[in-house]
Design a protein around this ligand. Sequence first.
Ligand SMILES: O=P(O)(O)OC[C@@]1(O)O[C@H](CO)[C@@H](O)[C@@H]1O
Length: 321
Amino acid sequence: MIVTLTAHPSIDRTVSLSGLLERGAVLRVASTTTQAAGKGVNISRAAVTAGVETLAVLPSAEHDPFLTDLASAGVPCRPVGPAGPIRMNLTITEPDGTTTKLNASADPASPALLADLASALLTAAAKADWVVLAGSLPPGAPVEWYAGLVAALRRTPARIAVDTSDEPLTALVARLAGAAPHLMKPNAEELASFTGTDAAALEASPILTAEAARTLVDAGVEAVLATLGGAGAVLVTAEGAWHATPPPTTVVSTVGAGDSSLFGYLLGDERQLPPAERLALAVAYGSAAAALPGTTIPTPSQVRPQLVSVRTLDLTEGTAR
Ligand SMILES: O=P(O)(O)OC[C@@]1(O)O[C@H](CO)[C@@H](O)[C@@H]1O
């Protein structure tokens, strides 16, 4: 079972433009969609369509329509309240695939709500193969909240994956000694933020990315899945490093591609696939998501790992095979 925590869930409103975005202009909208989302929720959605048992833990008021949306998608939920209204994040997509995102903030989370979320998560972790801490933290949560949760989750049988950014990521990286998650999924920008490298340089060089990811493995993280957008992804473990390139993809919306990649990796792990095949599944899930509108998460029939090419990276020689 994959338990996800979305401490800062969102209603994702996507506006698809029929032309290119022009600041200050009046523009025609081709279509709009609205979906209950947030990183952990998206991963639980992917699990449901792949037939993997999941539970989405999130703050929510008792009868919030967000829960109705998740129930109609068949996503098992553990809402924790009382919580304020769920924020709305806006995505603007252009016909060339350019995706612009405006992410809002929820009302501040109280210490009592954070404590109840942590306790619901620790209870669910007793039955989980993986617990995924995903997304930003709501206002009011201390930046080291994820780091503290990882330390507590390390005392349960579950394995822990984290995908976050900004201060919560920095705080987690600062406390890896003795409390490292089993899996981290930074993108190039996130990896650059604590390795003193440049995101564009990482996206252009899988070897540089693998070297940066390697610093997390040296600090105790079992596996680092570094996603590089159109350049695919790099996987680094203590055993080696791999780079996977996606098939040519017509990008419609990149929202949810990272969450889909992370789920693809976890699915490969549940199926006990070797590292290169787990990476291929991650990249296939990510590129399938990028080809879909809004925050749509791909179904297994839309995911084609056989079209992904994987090569081994030799970090001592600085070469790829
Ligand atoms: O503000 P955060 O928590 O970093 O990201 C939230 C978010 O952008 O992440 C998902 C895509 O990964 C979306 O469903 C959601 O709107």
